[in-house]
Design a protein around this ligand. Structure first.
Ligand code: ATP
Length: 329
């Protein structure tokens, strides 16, 4: 996919200066491809939320243009526009006195669907986001955990089947373990459904794990770098980005670097006691290392489906990291 050719979302020269003179976003150009997931990351106050809210016109830009699927958003009726863009925020904003199923049904009902259809759709969506409708549909929001409420928020945002989803720190309020699982599941769901997603986070780990591309914002709403995770980690555009991604970026790269078949070595000569269970070639180096550590082994088998391809050694992991730093430059 070439994200630049026919983007789903295009921001051109977009700026926002608030009435008190605060420049929240400065001359921003940003394209998001169809089906792409882009993360906006940066320190507090650098204009990430403002950028997101300009896309669905919760905030009007002072300069520049924003288009979705080729149409200028300023020409659209804001209410209609927002109905066609899913929006997930940290404090989900569920209606406290409505059952979970009714919370999700709201959106299809707003679109004029029948009650029966809306209910059926809500049940499907709850299942899709990993909540058992039989257990959770009839509960009230306060009877759910924070992570479960976040799932309901995602289900509700997906209810109108919008092509675009905007998410503002959607997993910020849940504990790290639940958060990791939600991130992983959401990413799978996003790929499966082919949604175009823009997600704000202040967490660089979350940004590089989840984004196809990462936009790093600096103070004053300046876009410091916009690139694939491996490039942001491997060759930061300037000192600000280098500092922001931090000194542990070598380690972070593990999460975004796939296992390359060229790194594998033959099985011959590896003693059975050193060999960990085989992992699929689609896994990342981080997952490979996790298996090695969990099983306390030195060498890892790698397969594609049922076919055994070879073994990955610590030496191979090291080479892969070096290679991915070089290719990101
Ligand atoms: N209504 C407003 N009036 C004036 N300044 C505002 C207003 N809303 C936001 N700002 C300022 O604009 C800048 C960008 O805010 P924004 O919320 O977009 O940042 P952010 O990157 O999302 O921050 P955080 O990570 O803390 O949520 C900040 O300096 C903020 O104080």
């Amino acid at each position: 996919m070439d994200a630049t050719e026919d983007p789903m979302i295009r921001l051109e020269g977009v700026g926002k200066t608030y009435q008190d003179g605060t420049v929240a976003v400065h001359e921003l150009d940003l394209d998001v491809g169809r089906g792409e997931m882009v993360t906006l990351v940066g320190p507090s106050g650098c204009g990430k939320s403002t950028t997101l809210k300009m896309i669905n016109r919760l905030i009007e830009p002072t300069t520049g243009t924003i288009s979705i699927d080729g149409s200028d958003v300023t020409d659209a009726d804001p209410v209609k526009l927002r109905r066609n863009i899913g929006y997930v925020i940290q404090q989900v904003g569920l209606f406290p006195h409505q059952r979970i199923v009714n919370n999700v049904m709201t959106v299809p009902l707003l679109h004029g669907e029948s009650k029966a259809f809306a209910r059926e759709r809500a049940m499907e969506l709850l299942e899709l986001v990993g909540l058992d409708p039989a257990l959770h549909a009839e509960r009230y929001p306060h009877q759910l955990s924070g992570g479960q409420r976040q799932r309901v928020g995602v289900a509700r945002a997906l209810a109108a089947d919008p092509p675009v989803l905007l998410m503002d720190e959607p997993f910020g309020a849940v504990d790290p373990v639940v958060r990791g699982r939600l991130q992983e599941e959401f990413r799978r769901l996003q790929r499966e459904l082919g949604k175009t997603v823009v997600m704000v986070t202040h967490d660089i780990d979350e940004a590089v794990r989840m984004g196809d591309r990462v936009a790093v914002f600096a103070e004053g709403g300046r876009l410091a770098q916009y690139d694939v995770p491996a490039a942001v980690l491997g060759s930061p555009a300037d000192d600000f980005v280098a500092d922001f991604v931090g000194s542990s970026r070598g380690i972070r790269r593990l999460a975004v670097t796939p296992i390359d078949e060229a790194l594998l070595e033959p099985l011959e000569g590896v003693s059975a006691g050193d060999l960990a269970a085989a992992i699929d070639i689609d896994a990342t180096l981080e997952e490979a290392l996790a298996v090695l550590m969990r099983e306390d082994k030195a060498v890892l088998g790698v397969r594609r489906g049922p076919r055994f391809l070879g073994v990955l050694t610590p030496n191979g992991i090291h080479r892969a990291l070096r290679e991915s730093v070089r290719s990101a430059r």
